[in-house]
Design a protein around this ligand. Structure first.
Ligand code: JE8
Length: 246
């Protein structure tokens, strides 16, 4: 997968993506980063990438020309999804991460200031995506979130023993609680069942904790989760009433 990112702050992404698992995936060539500094495509001698908003008002708006030229400079095939990060976008989730992870290549446009000239959306046929309902200062950190979530779904990026089949948001449930050594720490003990060696009991315990904490912390997730008859019975024993039975 090749991520083309258009930004005036390529170092934010370069710095974050050279570390850890994603850094290794880049080294291995499983993911490729093409960070394009849109300031390089500014048209005037002052290399201006922003200008005053038509109609007045506070702040500055990113000019269209540098972003169009940067996008057109990419040696990409037609048909490559172009994502514009924006608080107005569809909210990013695991389903969209999966969809994007199937692509060979993506183009991600990061704005700053008050955002980009609206003509970017139509003119470049960009899909607006938001990482959630809060305000950040620009698209770069949102791009990192998307690159991270998409990359870890690409075969070879995670270690083999970390297949992400059974995890939260794949099952639609929150994860069970995790513990490691020591078994007792400041009088706080690891649940006995996890030390029992009985994998039947351990799996049942984990499934039940998963269901229990999803009911407690994120009951909204239960409506879409794929629950067995047994799961449903357990949830009902905790007081859960499915929306369909209300
Ligand atoms: C951005 C952003 C995502 C999210 C994304 C791109 C470009 C309209 N506001 C713009 C005014 C305050 C400052 C904002 C800065 N900004 C924010 C996001 C995003 N994806 N989930 N929240 N915010 C830009 C400029």
């Amino acid at each position: 997968m090749k991520f083309n990112v258009l930004t005036i702050f390529p170092e934010i992404l370069a710095g974050a993506l050279k570390e850890s698992i994603l850094g290794k995936a880049v080294d291995k060539g499983i993911i490729e980063l093409n960070l394009v500094d849109t300031r390089e495509y500014a048209q005037d001698k002052h290399r201006m990438v922003d200008d005053y908003p038509y109609g007045g008002g506070p702040g500055m708006v990113m000019k269209p020309e540098p972003i169009f030229l940067a996008a057109e400079s990419l040696e990409t095939q037609h048909d490559i999804p172009l994502i514009l990060l924006s608080p107005q976008g569809e909210v990013f989730n695991q389903e969209l991460a999966r969809e994007l992870s199937e692509k060979d290549e993506l183009v991600i446009i990061c704005g700053r200031y008050e955002g980009v000239d609206e003509r970017i959306i139509e003119g470049l046929n960009a899909r607006e995506v938001s990482i959630g309902d809060y305000v950040i200062t620009g698209g770069e950190f949102a791009a990192l979130v998307i690159i991270d979530a998409v990359s870890r779904l690409i075969p070879g990026v995670l270690g083999d023993d970390r297949s992400c089949e059974d995890e939260s948001f794949t099952t639609g449930l929150l994860e069970y609680p995790h513990y490691t050594r020591p078994a007792s720490f400041r009088k706080l003990d690891v649940p006995d069942v996890l030390i029992s060696g009985n994998h039947g009991r351990i799996n049942r315990w984990r499934k039940e904790r998963s269901l229990e904490r999803t009911l407690k912390k994120r009951p909204d997730l239960l409506e879409k989760a794929d629950l067995t008859e047994e799961d449903l019975e357990f949830l009902k024993s905790l007081g859960y009433e499915p929306e369909s039975e209300k």
